[in-house]
Design a protein around this ligand. Structure first.
Ligand code: NAG
Ligand code: NAG
Ligand code: NAG
Ligand code: NAG
Ligand code: NAG
Ligand code: NAG
Ligand code: NAG
Length: 288
């Protein structure tokens, strides 16, 4: 299925959320954490200058994340070309990745984006990193409601009520802490919580791009958590939600240190459930 937004929507971001139709594609693999790309607009096939700026930008972002470019940057931004054909982009890696994993992920995602025909704005991501580009500045811009994907992972938790309570407390704490901006890593934190009355633990990871404020990071994470009960992931052990500015992942076994959360499909809600968003669905949690 392929959707295009034919007209550039200037009344961004709120109007965009309601009107948007994405062109999105899952890479050939059926794994949950294969690379995904989401693009807005029609392919700009006639615009060779912009296309070539995008190509240079993607290779610049890949090289900025290189392990020889120390200290490791979990985030970088870049611009290539001249207005009006300028391409603006950034990369973001999960804060628990080492330099090599971050670089590998960015290289893979930029390659996936390079294979797409350039449109005026694209995102590429998996569960470890995200690369985005646009024909307008995309830094320091918190885009409320701009969720890219979400899905449940793992199996069904039999006693979900207890599990859910712990999960909710854990994430609520992280959302509060995010607003205070006191984490040791900018806009990145992990949490392990014990599920009351069982030996089970919930591992939660949150990350915002460092170019948004602590306050907006907190809003972004709260926004993501609002997807979890409403959209997906009800009784599954884990879930992930990706937004243009932040991400949230949790599961009942550790995936910290660069691991992929196991994508076991035993749960009825397991799998990738997001693309393309139905405008009506988006309106519901957007709260505008
Ligand atoms: C771009 O990234 C650099 C660090 O690589 C950062 O210092 C700068 O603030 C970023 N620019 C914006 C507009 O976020
Ligand atoms: C090429 O694309 C850029 C980015 O969308 C746009 O600003 C520019 O006006 C386009 N140029 C032409 C000649 O269409
Ligand atoms: C990058 O892609 C290669 C080849 O498809 C794969 O072996 C590797 O695991 C990927 N790396 C990451 C970090 O996803
Ligand atoms: C949060 O983001 C919005 C744009 O979505 C911006 O208008 C606002 O100033 C930001 N707030 C803070 C505290 O940075
Ligand atoms: C996580 O939850 C699944 C589904 O209930 C269960 O099969 C698995 O054993 C749990 N893992 C741990 C480490 O508790
Ligand atoms: C979780 O339980 C373990 C013992 O099983 C304990 O050592 C640890 O402090 C507990 N963590 C929290 C956050 O309560
Ligand atoms: C889990 O807890 C949240 C927050 O308390 C609630 O909104 C949601 O409905 C609960 N989900 C389930 C499946 O019980």
């Amino acid at each position: 299925m392929k959707y295009f937004l034919h007209r550039k929507t200037e009344a961004f971001p709120v109007i965009f959320i309601f009107m948007c139709l994405f062109s999105s594609k899952l890479a050939a693999s059926s794994k949950d954490f294969s690379i995904k790309t989401v693009c807005r607009g029609n392919p700009i096939t006639w615009n060779l200058t912009y296309q070539s700026n995008v190509a240079s930008l993607l290779s610049e972002l890949a090289s900025k994340s290189s392990t020889s470019n120390q200290p490791l940057r979990t985030y970088s931004n870049a611009t290539v070309g001249k207005v009006p054909d300028m391409a603006y982009g950034s990369h973001l890696c999960r804060g628990d990745l080492d330099a090599q994993l971050c670089h590998d992920c960015v290289v893979n995602v930029t390659q996936a984006l390079s294979k797409e025909q350039a449109t005026y704005e694209c995102f590429g991501f998996d569960d470890q990193c995200m690369v985005q580009y646009a024909d307008h500045p995309i830094y320091s811009l918190y885009r409320k409601g701009f969720v890219l994907s979400y899905g449940g992972i793992g199996g069904i938790i039999p006693n979900y009520e207890h599990y859910n309570k712990t999960l909710s407390m854990s994430i609520t704490e992280l959302v509060k802490e995010a607003a205070l901006g006191q984490w040791t890593r900018t806009n990145f934190a992990t949490r392990v919580a014990n599920v009351t009355g069982s030996n089970e633990k919930i591992y939660t990871l949150v990350q915002c791009s460092p170019d948004i404020s602590a306050m907006n990071c907190s809003s972004c994470l709260a926004d993501l958590y609002s997807y979890v009960p409403a959209r997906c992931c009800g009784p599954t052990s884990g879930a992930y939600v990706n937004h243009a500015n932040c991400m949230l992942m949790y599961n009942n076994q550790s995936f910290f240190g660069g691991g992929h959360a196991p994508d076991d499909h035993s749960g009825a809600h397991g799998g990738f459930v997001s693309f393309p968003f139905h405008p009506a669905q988006l309106g519901k949690t957007n709260g505008e």
